[in-house]
Design a protein around this ligand. Structure first.
Ligand SMILES: [Zn+2]
Length: 156
């Protein structure tokens, strides 16, 4: 297999469908360029089971279909995408300070990109963090997480 770098449990980009089964090739337009999690190796070493990061419509069935069989050769390794937390779940990450003095706070979603200041759930003034348009999620496992924010987060 060419790419060779992708393994089960890793994220990959579908860069083509030329080596994939005919069923997959018929959906070239929707699939090429998609990110997918490699969930298993099909018998015979040629194909991988993948789960798309976004539902891709199966034109014939008319229902979102996420699982596909793709040739290893049609996949290239991609770093795991930033986990996007649905807006109704969890909190956005807000930072205070930097480096070792950094503290991570939880901010209610709704802060817009470019917003310089927001108020964390513990009452601290923080800077909401984004990657492009996406707010970074607050994680209670963050070693710099604010204890008061973690307590609010855990209460749900
Ligand atoms: Zn806090």
């Amino acid at each position: 297999m060419s790419g060779g770098a992708v393994q089960v449990g890793e994220w990959a980009k579908i860069v083509g469908v030329e080596h994939s089964p005919p069923e997959t090739q018929r959906h070239r337009a929707e699939l090429v360029g998609c990110l997918a999690l490699v969930t298993g190796a099909a018998p015979g070493d040629s194909f991988a089971y993948v789960r798309l990061s976004e539902a891709v419509l199966d034109g014939r069935a008319g229902t979102p279909r996420r699982r596909w069989l793709v040739a290893w050769e049609d996949l290239t390794y991609e770093a795991e995408p930033v986990k996007l937390v649905p807006l109704e779940l969890g909190y956005q990450l807000g930072a205070q300070g930097s480096g070792r003095g950094r503290v991570s706070h939880a901010v209610e979603y709704g802060s817009r990109e470019g917003a310089e200041r927001a108020v964390a759930v513990c009452g601290s003034g923080v800077k909401p963090l984004f990657i492009d348009d996406w707010p970074l999620p607050f994680s209670a496992d963050d070693q710099y997480a604010c204890a008061a924010c973690v307590a609010v987060y855990r209460r749900g």
